[in-house]
Design a protein around this ligand. Sequence first.
Ligand code: DGL
Length: 262
Amino acid sequence: MNNQAIGIFDSGIGGTSIWKEIATTLPNEDTIYLADSKYAPYGKRSKEEIIALSIKNTEKLLELQCKIIVVACNTATTNAVKELRKRYKIPFIGIEPAIKPAALQTKTKKVGVLATKGTLTSELFTKTSDLYAQNIEVIEVIGTGLVELIEEGKIYTPEMTTLLTSYIQPMLEKDIDYLVLGCTHYPYLVPILKQILPKHIIIIDSGEAVARQTKVILTKNNLLTKNIQTGTHHFFTNGKLSILQDILKASNIPTVSKLLDF
Ligand code: DGL
């Protein structure tokens, strides 16, 4: 069991930003990544649809013999991880917007959260936000269209800059000092965000925390790999292979990627 791979899934290529953190924290582990791009974006879908897609992805990763599953998608976590944990015995790691660290550190008491509609309207997000941001104003903005552009490989485009600027503007008017990226696709937008945002605004995401938590849970369950060599990595997509390959190449991730129907 120990030498089986860590399974990771997202609605598309965005979760590769989480994969990077996992591969850095756990360099000897093998990984299998599923980009469910055919059904992206999840953010517009109903809770029931997101649960059904998350079950489909989980079944595929179990078929591929994964020992643990990282739901590298805020939308899938906030809508479906509870159901996945009920149905399956293996451990699941989820990802949620990093409201807690932002709420603890903000000086202006105003925090911006950019995420999908599915995440911002979920019960889990509302609970977390109520718990940690009691004395803080949280300015929530739905990033409509951002995932679609990233999935089409259109990151550095005028269209993307215009959309991002329009989403950030209401946050700037409220004087936020922290911007929480509540979608695993968004770390790929950081270079553009840095051009738009005033220097004092701190951008945070949950990638590192997810990787740390994956290590903690593998250790607790006695599931850490016995491999001493660097892990091997397989990336699968049911969308456009070239889009996945481009993002992997841009991030210097040398690996095997393939089309797979799931
Ligand atoms: N990466 C997903 C997330 O973290 C994107 C959601 C979508 O497909 O809309 O929420």
